[in-house]
Ligand binder design. Structure first.
Ligand SMILES: [Zn+2]
Ligand SMILES: [Zn+2]
Length: 166
């Protein structure tokens, strides 16, 4: 095996923490690596502004909410606090995010819980992810497996922290 394929294999099986540390080291040591990382992970705010202009044509939008100066760099990818998915801030449209506003509650009648041991937590995040069919959304009374009942733009999980870091 040549050393490049071996390296590819090592990248493939490395943990996220190790890869994050490696990328930071690469950025510290090489301007070119720094440039590549910037291009991949950051975006200029103007692009974000364009998206908002498009959104404005489709309905009323809160323009005074915007505090970042145009031209400032920002993170290109965020995790959405509504649908929990990663999204590209340059492709965040008024109906990009399909999500449930409510909470999941256990459907006691469902077969998932027939032989459920008493000591195990039915409400945990793991059971919600593993047995969504055993839950009902309280916003729309749809089953846990059903797509979201709300549509909106994606909203970043850590908006406040991101703003402070800039
Ligand atoms: Zn819902
Ligand atoms: Zn979302």
């Amino acid at each position: 095996m040549d050393s490049r394929s071996l390296l590819d294999e090592a990248i493939e099986c490395a943990t996220i923490t190790r890869l994050q540390r490696t990328i930071r080291e690469m950025c510290d040591r090489s301007d070119e690596a720094l440039q590549v990382a910037r291009e991949a992970l950051l975006v200029r705010n103007e692009d974000e502004q364009k998206k908002e202009d498009v959104a404005k044509d489709l309905g009323p939008s809160s323009t005074n909410k915007r505090k970042r100066a145009s031209g400032e760099m920002m993170k290109r990818y965020e995790i959405c606090k509504q649908c929990k998915q990663e999204y590209d801030v340059t492709k965040n449209w008024p109906e990009s995010c399909v999500w449930h506003r409510g909470l999941l509650f256990v459907d006691n009648e469902h077969e998932t819980w027939v032989d459920w041991p008493d000591f195990m937590d039915m409400y945990s995040e793991e059971t919600q992810n593993e047995y969504p069919e055993g839950f009902i959304w309280d916003c729309c009374e749809k089953r846990g497996t059903e797509p979201g009942c709300q549509k909106s733009i994606h909203r970043p999980k850590d908006a406040k922290r991101a703003r402070r870091e800039v």
